[in-house]
Write a protein that binds this ligand. Structure first.
Ligand code: ADP
Ligand code: GLC
Length: 473
């Protein structure tokens, strides 16, 4: 491997959100371009790891304060991912079902990062680039450049890709003893707001910073959950590279998860079949325009406004729409969304939970996808929905702004609104209904959006160019 991606998530091994989709696809496209790259991630005890086979590549130990843990680096053997995949197993810490959400997440990810570097230390041929994704691996650039133990790795360029700056992984300096020894005069690199802040440490210590869309890079300078000044200060080494999508996985013509495959030629019957499947399953009227939401039910996605947005839409006789929600997250939002079921039976339904297959069928069968995000570093849902001929309704922010043009603009194909408010989102849904009733234009746009190319090809080569620049530095 010439370069290595480090991440907490990677599809299909473990997925919570878009981070997994990106880390699961980018290396495949880099390898297609001739750049040997692989992924290293924690070994979780989940369905994927139970159903696949691994071979031990390395055994060692990692210390965390006074406790020592066994470490086993396992390589996936029945691998058709398009790149080598390594998992770091630390029994008692990492081998649990979920990726995040445990009280000792700090310990889990610090141990993962140290164990990963211990493994790389003994490589005969060291990687040319170490590419870190989000805060869970944000201490790697610091440790590689400052810890005595990893001195031999200090000339390897490190990259931080920020998928989401809302999450920074702060913890107290009382846990500084988890760190490998380093000259304490460098502690400022770890610190932000009197805490150890892994995301801030990565921004300071990595050779380059990328964000997952160009607009997000600019927005972070004024809205980065406290890191605005730092991101502005480090703009010289930062660049925004818009994510791609894995067009092998997300292809309506071949997708094994949807109820009928289709392409630009049989889009009408293909989408109709998938819509009928959904309407049948969720007891909705297939003759009405179907609006869907898919995603994490959290404030960043504007999810706490969804119950009111949908209630207002459903009470408005002139819109006459069907709505379907797939999501999980904040229990209060889950409950509020579920509670609309009774009053709007036949026009509204929810599936609270995570269901990969259902998400594919919704992208294929819905008419419109609603994304009123407050923060959207890139957003993959809107790009999947384009590819499946579902028109996105988005708040113009971050990656949504970079990928969706409103139908009022020349060659526009989506519906955009300016603010994450109930009023803006419901008006956007009303505009979508008007479009739906102009079937000629609606069908033309559906066909047009399926052709938009968001494959990884160009983004993968942008990353390779950046790697090359850093290697030659
Ligand atoms: P984020 O990473 O912020 O959640 P993205 O738009 O980048 O947002 O990616 C979200 C990914 O997670 C997409 O692949 C989407 O289809 C998927 N997803 C989100 N919620 C669910 C769910 N409840 N069931 C199935 N897939 C989901
Ligand atoms: C994050 C962001 C999302 C982005 C994804 C992949 O989870 O919230 O907008 O698409 O990472 O980069």
């Amino acid at each position: 491997m010439n370069s290595i991606h480090m991440s907490a998530e990677c599809y299909p091994v473990a997925k919570v959100g878009g981070l997994a989709d990106v880390v699961g696809a980018l290396p495949k496209y880099q390898n297609k371009l001739g750049k040997k790259t692989g992924v290293v991630m924690p070994f979780y005890d989940n369905k994927f790891t139970q159903q696949n086979s691994f071979r031990t590549d390395h055994n060692s130990q990692v210390d965390l304060g006074d406790t020592s843990y066994d470490v086993e680096v396992l390589q996936l053997t029945n691998n058709d991912l398009g790149y080598p995949l390594y998992t770091v197993k630390i029994p008692g810490l990492l081998d649990r079902e979920n990726v995040y959400g445990y009280e000792d997440d700090t310990e889990r990810f610090v141990a993962f990062q140290k164990a990963t570097l211990n493994w790389i230390l003994q490589f005969e041929k060291k990687p040319e680039i170490v590419h870190c994704h989000d805060y869970h691996v944000g201490l790697i650039p610091f440790m590689m450049s400052k810890a005595h133990k990893y001195e031999s790795l200090k000339n390897i360029p490190t990259i931080l890709t920020i998928h989401n700056a809302q999450y920074q992984g702060q913890f107290s300096f009382e846990k500084l003893h988890y760190f490998p020894a380093y000259d304490l005069s460098h502690s400022g690199l770890l610190e932000w707001d009197q805490h150890i802040n892994p995301l801030a440490a990565a921004v300071k210590s990595s050779w380059a910073v990328t964000t997952v869309s160009p607009s997000y890079l600019i927005e972070l300078r004024s809205a980065a959950n406290g890191l605005e000044w730092l991101l502005d200060n480090e703009k010289g080494k930062s660049i925004g590279i818009l994510n791609g999508i894995d067009t092998d996985v997300w292809n309506p013509a071949t997708d094994p998860m949807i109820s009928k495959n289709f392409n630009g030629r049989n889009i009408v019957s293909g989408k109709r079949n998938n819509k009928n499947y959904l309407c049948d399953k969720f007891k909705l009227d297939p003759n009405k325009p179907l609006f869907a939401f898919i995603g994490r039910l959290v404030g960043e996605k504007g999810a706490e406004l969804l119950p009111d947005i949908f209630k207002k839409t459903l009470e408005n006789k002139s819109t006459d729409a069907s709505i379907l929600v797939l999501g999980s997250g904040d229990p209060a939002i889950e409950e509020a969304l579920r509670s609309l079921n009774t009053a709007h039976k036949g026009n509204y339904n929810t599936f609270i939970g995570y269901d990969e297959q259902l998400s594919h069928i919704i992208y294929a069968g819905a008419d419109f996808l609603v994304m009123p995000s407050r923060v959207e570093p890139c957003g993959l849902n809107q790009m999947y929905s384009l590819r499946y001929g579902t028109i996105p309704i988005v708040r113009s922010i971050g990656g949504l702004k970079d990928t969706i043009t409103d139908i009022q603009e020349e060659n526009g194909f989506g519906i955009c609104h300016e603010h994450t408010t109930i009023e803006d989102a419901t008006q956007a849904i009303e505009r979508a209904c008007e479009l739906y009733h102009n079937q000629t234009r609606f069908k033309k746009i559906r066909k047009q959006i399926m052709q938009i190319d968001h494959s990884w090809d160009s983004a993968a080569s942008n990353y390779i160019e950046l790697y090359q620049k850093l290697i030659e530095k």
